[in-house]
Design a protein around this ligand. Structure first.
Ligand code: KIV
Length: 279
């Protein structure tokens, strides 16, 4: 597979070829994503929930994002790497936005950054893009605004709300973003936006009309426990498989079956004799 770049993914959009993106937060998983030939990895601030156990993404820090982005970057050769800007790392000013985006690139080795919001963050997107850092927007259900939305809910259900999302999409494009994530947006609205925008749309809970899709890997692999939201498809049941492996390991340790002779290192009997004689 050849190297994925902003240009190669724009070419895919123009050719009508779907773009694939998944989240990753660590080296081991990113290596598998790279092996699978996925176009892009998002080190999402969803790591606050999936890796750090928070109830939402709001407590995630720049240090968290840099730490995980750098780990993922060490696994990648061809996969394009996008890192999320955490809550209050860009909303405060253009200067903060640029400084923090720069850290994700310089210290985390991200190739692009993602930030949430449309019209309200257009000037921050422009400031980052003007500095030569590709930006991916994120509109619709933006998890950093969960308290304003009153929960993780589908957005754009009435005409006014739907028009605001279209307006946001245009603002993100005009500000210079190369792509925009559409999260929990009704499918016909996401298709409408995708047809009109020149930039790449990546959907999550936004139907099949987007230029590409993103999923949180724990959802995709069936690692997330409990109820799976409607927008998620589990492509495997790795959670059950992992629990099965841990149980089998524990059972063999308890019974003494593991480690077997082939898992242990031998020592010359003469050497052991010497050791015994000395104690
Ligand atoms: O943080 C994240 O994982 C995201 C995706 C759900 C798009 O923003």
């Amino acid at each position: 597979m050849s190297k994925n770049t902003v240009l190669s993914m724009q070419k895919q959009k123009r050719a009508g070829e779907k773009i694939t993106m998944v989240t990753s937060y660590d080296y081991s998983m990113a290596r598998l994503v790279e092996e699978a030939g996925i176009n892009a990895i998002l080190v999402g601030d969803s790591l606050g929930m999936t890796m750090l156990g928070y109830a939402d993404t709001l407590p995630v820090t720049m240090e968290d994002m840099i730490h995980h982005t750098a780990a993922v970057s060490r696994a990648l050769t061809n996969t394009f790497l996008v890192s999320d800007m955490p809550f209050l790392s860009y909303q405060t000013s253009e200067r903060d936005a640029l400084a923090n985006a720069g850290r994700l690139v310089k210290e985390g080795h991200a190739q692009a950054v993602k930030l949430e919001g449309g019209a309200t963050v257009a000037s921050q997107i422009k400031a980052i893009v003007d500095a030569g850092i590709p930006v991916q927007g994120h509109i619709g259900m933006t998890p950093q605004s969960v308290n304003a939305f009153g929960g993780f809910k589908v957005q754009g259900k009435d005409a006014d709300a739907a028009k605001r999302i279209v307006e946001d999409a245009y603002q993100v494009q005009e500000a210079g973003a190369f792509s925009v994530v559409l999260e929990c947006v009704p499918a016909p609205l996401a298709s409408f936006i995708t047809e009109r925008l020149d930039i790449i749309t990546i959907g999550i809970g936004a139907g099949s009309g987007c230029d590409g899709q993103v999923l949180v890997y724990q959802d995709l692999l069936g690692i997330t426990r409990g109820h799976a939201p409607k927008m998620v498809k589990q492509f495997g049941q790795l959670g059950d498989a992992i629990v099965g492996c841990y149980k089998a390991y524990a059972e063999e340790v308890r019974s003494g079956a593991f480690p077997a002779a082939e898992n242990a290192f031998a020592l010359d009997e003469a050497v052991m004799d010497e050791v015994r004689k000395s104690f």
